[in-house]
Design a protein around this ligand. Structure first.
Ligand code: FAD
Ligand code: SF4
Length: 370
C-alpha cells in the first residue's frame, strides 16, 4: 500500500500464506483492497473506516438499492439490545453504524424484514447469516430476486448479552439509568461510550469489553464450531486492518475482499463518485491484517478435541491438523467459554481484577502467535 511502512512487530509475526492457506482462510476472491469512506461524517461513528456505510449510502443515492438491512442497538431498562432494520435513508444508515458484538436473532427478526420489503436490497451480515440467506435464496426465487448485494463482516466471534451487561454494570453510576451505548468509537481499537439519563456521558477504552471477549468469556456457543472468519459466501467481505504499521495512521482503514463482479463494480462506482478511497492490495496483506485470528478461527478440530476436556461437544467440519499449541489455545478458550456459561462462573469472572484479566489475555495471545 502507498506510504505504508512495515513495522518490526508486523515483520516478527508475518506468516507464510500459501495458496492452500488462502483458500482455507479467505476462500474465493477476485480482488482485495484497503478502503475508507471519504465523508468524514460517515467515518465519525464507523466501526473502522466507514466503508460499508459509505458504499450503502452511495448505492441508495444512485438508486441501485432501495434499502439496506443493518443491525441496530437500543437501550431498554439499562439493557443494551441488538436488532435489525431496513435503512432507506442516509440518516438511518448513520444511526446503525458500529459493530454489534452481541447475539441477535437473525432468522426471527431479520428474515421477516427481508421477506416483507418491496424493492432491491443490500444486506450487512455476519458470515453465519450468509449461510441462512443463501439457503433462503436457493429455495425462494422471489427473495433471491430482491437481494442486490450481500456484505459480510469479518467475524472473530459474537458474545452472549451477559458480557455487555457486565461492562455496563461496571461503568454505570448508581441510581442513574443508561440511555445509550456505543462500541469502538474513535481511532485504532477505539473506546466504549455510555450515555446516561442525566445527560452525562462516559468513555472507557474498548479493552474494558474486548479483553473479556478476546478470552472467549461469554462466547456464543455457535461460534465454537464456526470456521468462517471472512464470509466465504457473500459478494463483499469487510473487516479491520490489524497491522501495527496502521496504528498511527489518522484514518482507520477497512480490509475489503471483493468476491463477485457485482461487488467490484459497486466499489468502482463509489470510487468514481468520490465516496470511497480504495487502494488495491495483495490478498496476503488482508491475511497479515488478521494473522492471529485466521488460523485459530479455522481450526475447529482443535476446539472439538479440547472440548472433550471440559465436557463441551463441538462438531468439526474441517478436520484440520492440530499442533500442541493449537490444542492449548483451544483448551483455554473452551475452559473460559464453559466457565461463563454458568451463573456462578459469570459472577466470579466479573469479580476478577482487571490486571489479572489483562495478564491472562497476554498469555493467550502469546500462545496464539506461536
Ligand atoms: C460480531 C463481530 C465480530 C467482528 N470481528 C471482527 C474480527 O475478528 N476482525 C475484523 O477485522 N473485523 C471484525 N468485525 C468487523 C468490524 O468490526 C467492522 O464491522 C467492519 O470492519 C466494518 O467496518 P465499517 O467501518 O465499514 O463499518 P460501519 O460503517 O460502521 O458499518 C457497519 C455496518 O455493519 C452493520 N452491523 C454491525 N454489527 C452487525 C452484526 N452483528 N450483524 C450484522 N450487521 C452488523 C451495521 O449496522 C452497519 O451497517 C466484527 C464485527 C462484528 C459485528
Ligand atoms: S464466529 Fe461464526 S458463528 Fe459466530 S457469530 Fe461469527 S460468523 Fe457467526
Amino acid at each position: 500500500m502507498d506510504g505504508m511502512k512495515t513495522s518490526w512487530v508486523d515483520r516478527l509475526f508475518k506468516r507464510q500464506w500459501t495458496s492452500e492457506r488462502i483458500a482455507k482462510y479467505i476462500g474465493a476472491y477476485r480482488s482485495c483492497w484497503l478502503a475508507y469512506a471519504l465523508d468524514e461524517d460517515i467515518r465519525l461513528n464507523a466501526a473502522s473506516g466507514g466503508t460499508i456505510t459509505g458504499l450503502l449510502a452511495h448505492l441508495l443515492e444512485t438508486g441501485e438499492i432501495d434499502g439496506a438491512l443493518v443491525c441496530t442497538s437500543q437501550v431498554v431498562g439499562n439493557e443494551v439490545q441488538a436488532g435489525y432494520r431496513i435503512a432507506t435513508t442516509r440518516e438511518e444508515l448513520l444511526a446503525a453504524q458500529g459493530s454489534k458484538y452481541m447475539e441477535t436473532h437473525f432468522s426471527g427478526e431479520a428474515v421477516p424484514l427481508i421477506e416483507a420489503f418491496q424493492g432491491k436490497l443490500a444486506l450487512t451480515l455476519l458470515p453465519c447469516d450468509t449461510w441462512t440467506v443463501n439457503r433462503m435464496r436457493q429455495n425462494r426465487p422471489e427473495i433471491d430476486a430482491k437481494i442486490r448485494l450481500t456484505i459480510a463482516l469479518f467475524c472473530g466471534h459474537i458474545s452472549d448479552p451477559g458480557l455487555t451487561r457486565l461492562v455496563v454494570r461496571k461503568a454505570k453510576p448508581a441510581g442513574v439509568s443508561l440511555t445509550s451505548f456505543r462500541n469502538r468509537i474513535g481511532h485504532w481499537r477505539g473506546k466504549l461510550r455510555f450515555g446516561f439519563e442525566d445527560g452525562s456521558t462516559k468513555e472507557k477504552p474498548f479493552s474494558a469489553f474486548s479483553d473479556y471477549q478476546n478470552l472467549y468469556f461469554f462466547c456464543a456457543r455457535k461460534c465454537l464450531r464456526c470456521h468462517d472468519h471472512t464470509g466465504y459466501d457473500c459478494d463483499l467481505s469487510v473487516g479491520d486492518v490489524w497491522l501495527m504499521a496502521m496504528k498511527d495512521n489518522p484514518i482507520k482503514h477497512n480490509a475489503v475482499i471483493a468476491r463477485s463482479a457485482r461487488a467490484e463494480a459497486d466499489l468502482q462506482s463509489a470510487l468514481a463518485a468520490g465516496k470511497l478511497n480504495l487502494q488495491p492490495v495483495p490478498v496476503e496483506l488482508v491475511a497479515d491484517a488478521q494473522a492471529r485470528s485466521l488460523p485459530m478461527h479455522y481450526n475447529v478440530t482443535a476446539r472439538a478435541q479440547a472440548g472433550k476436556l471440559w465436557g463441551v461437544k463441538v462438531s468439526d467440519p474441517v478436520n484440520e491438523r492440530v499442533r500442541l499449541v493449537d490444542y492449548l489455545v483451544a483448551a483455554v478458550i473452551l475452559f473460559n467459554y464453559r466457565w461463563t456459561s454458568t451463573p456462578k462462573g459469570r459472577v466470579m469472572v466479573g469479580r476478577l481484577p482487571r490486571l489479572l484479566i489483562k495478564l491472562y489475555l497476554y498469555a493467550l495471545k502469546a500462545l496464539e502467535v506461536l
